[in-house]
Design a binder for this molecule. Structure first.
Ligand code: NAD
Length: 266
C-alpha cells in the first residue's frame, strides 16, 4: 500500500543529497512531489525524471528559501500544479565553516537565513494553506511539516558556530510551532540526521583517514546514506506516526550517545 497516496509534498533543496532521497522515497509512496532547487535546474530535473520514469509525479521549481517573495512564488507554483500542500519538508541547508574569531557577518547571515529563516518562511506559507483547507478526507492531519535539523541541534560544533546556532534555532522553532498549531491538527516534527554521505560533508568521508575519524563518532559503525533519512521521513509524514508530534527523531547510528564515554572510563 502507498503510504502517501495522492498527497502533495514540497521538499526544499531536493536537487541533491538528503532532499533528493526524501523526494524519491515520497514519490515511491504515491506522493506528488515539488522538487525545489536554488540554482541547479539540471540536477533537479534529473530527480524529477527519475521519479517520472518510476511512474511517479513530480515537478521542479526554483526558489531561494531565504527570500520571502521567492518562497511565496514557490507555493503559488505548487498550488497551480497540485492545488494544495499536505507535507512540507524544510530540507534546504548550507554550511559555511570558519573558526569563530574569523567568521564573517556574511558567513553568519547566509547560514542563518537559509537554514533557519528559510524554514520559517516555508512553514508560514504551508500553515496558511493548512488552516485555509482544514483536514482533507484522505488524512487525519490538516498538514504535516518535517524540519531537517541535525544532531547539531544538541551537540555543539566548534568551527561551525553559525550552523549549530541555525539548527539549535530550528529545534525551538519546530517545538514552538508544534505547541501553537497542534489544536489545528497540524503535525510538526524534526529529523536529526547524524553523518550522512552527501555533498555537504564530503571532506569528512571521502578519504580513508577522514572516514576512520568519523566512524569513531558513530557507535553503529557505519556512515548513513540519504535513504536512511528518506525512509524515516516517509514514516513521519505518514498516518503511521499520527500521534507523533513535536519531537526530533535522531537518525544517527547513535551519534547522540556521547560515544567518547563508551568505555565508561574517567
Ligand atoms: P546537500 O548540499 O546535498 O543539500 C542541500 C540542498 O539545499 C542542496 O540541494 C542545495 O542546492 C539546497 N539549497 C542550498 N541553499 C538553498 C536555498 N537558498 N534555497 C533552496 N535550496 C537551497 O546536503 P545534505 O546533506 O543533503 O543537506 C540537506 C539537509 O540535511 C540540510 O539542512 C543539512 O543541514 C541537513 N543535514 C545533513 C547532514 C549530513 O550529514 N549530510 C547531517 C545533519 C543534517
Amino acid at each position: 500500500m502507498e503510504r502517501l497516496k495522492g498527497q502533495a509534498a514540497l521538499v526544499t533543496g531536493s536537487s541533491s543529497g538528503i532532499g533528493a532521497a526524501v523526494a524519491k522515497c515520497f514519490a515511491a509512496e504515491g506522493a506528488k512531489v515539488v522538487v525545489n532547487y536554488a540554482s541547479s535546474s539540471e540536477e533537479a530535473e534529473e530527480v524529477v525524471e527519475e521519479i517520472v520514469a518510476d511512474g511517479g509525479d513530480a515537478i521542479a521549481v526554483q526558489a531561494d528559501v531565504s527570500q520571502e517573495d521567492q518562497v511565496q512564488s514557490l507555493f503559488a507554483k505548487m498550488f497551480e500544479a497540485y492545488g494544495t500542500i499536505d507535507i512540507l519538508v524544510n530540507n534546504a541547508g548550507v554550511q559555511q565553516d570558519s573558526d569563530f574569531v574569523d567568521m564573517t557577518l556574511e558567513q553568519w547571515n547566509t547560514v542563518i537565513s537559509i537554514n533557519l529563516t528559510g524554514q520559517f518562511l516555508c512553514s508560514r506559507e504551508a500553515v496558511k494553506e493548512f488552516l485555509r483547507r482544514g483536514i482533507p478526507s484522505y488524512s487525519r492531519a490538516a498538514g504535516k511539516i518535517i524540519c531537517m535539523s541535525s544532531v547539531h541541534e544538541i551537540i555543539p560544533w566548534a568551527g561551525h558556530c553559525n550552523y549549530a546556532a541555525s539548527k539549535g534555532g530550528v529545534m525551538l522553532l519546530m517545538q514552538s510551532m508544534a505547541q501553537e498549531l497542534a489544536h489545528k491538527k497540524i503535525r510538526i516534527n524534526s529529523l536529526g540526521p547524524g553523518a550522512i554521505k552527501t555533498p555537504i560533508n564530503q571532506d569528512s568521508w571521502d578519504t580513508p583517514e577522514a572516514k576512520e575519524e568519523l566512524l569513531k563518532l558513530i557507535p553503529y559503525n557505519r556512515i548513513g546514506v540519504p535513504e536512511d533519512i528518506g525512509k524515516a521521513a516517509v514514516w513521519l509524514a505518514s498516518e503511521e506516526s499520527d500521534y507523533v508530534h513535536g519531537i526530533t527523531l535522531f537518525v544517527d547510528g547513535g551519534m547522540t550517545l556521547y560515544p567518547g564515554f563508551a568505555t565508561g572510563g574517567g
